[in-house]
Write a protein of this length. Structure first.
Length: 97
């Protein structure tokens, strides 16, 4: 297991189950707001996965622990031979946090 979060299909399945359970409690009056909320949450999660798994400025860590270690590394986990542009971009990301 190299990740601790569900993929988009699994998240969608869990979100659907949750929405249906909430619909049973709240009733059909809330069907549209629940549907809208589920779409927003799925879209936000898809964007989050893109941040985590997609191409970015930093090399992809091999797992969750490596990802955490890269956050605390002053070079952001970048190898010494990384281009200066990548190092500068990482420095901006750290400053924004």
């Amino acid at each position: 297991l190299d990740r601790s979060w569900p993929d988009l299909d699994r998240f969608t399945s869990l979100l659907t189950k949750e929405s249906l359970a909430r619909l049973k409690v709240l009733g059909p009056t809330f069907a549209e707001p629940l549907k809208t909320e589920a779409r927003l949450r799925r879209k936000a999660y898809a964007a989050w996965l893109k941040v985590l798994d997609g191409p970015g400025l930093l090399p992809a860590p091999t797992g969750d622990l490596a990802r955490g270690e890269a956050l605390f590394d002053p070079n952001g986990g970048l190898p010494a031979e990384a281009p200066d542009a990548a190092k500068a971009a990482f420095a901006r990301l750290r400053a924004d946090r």
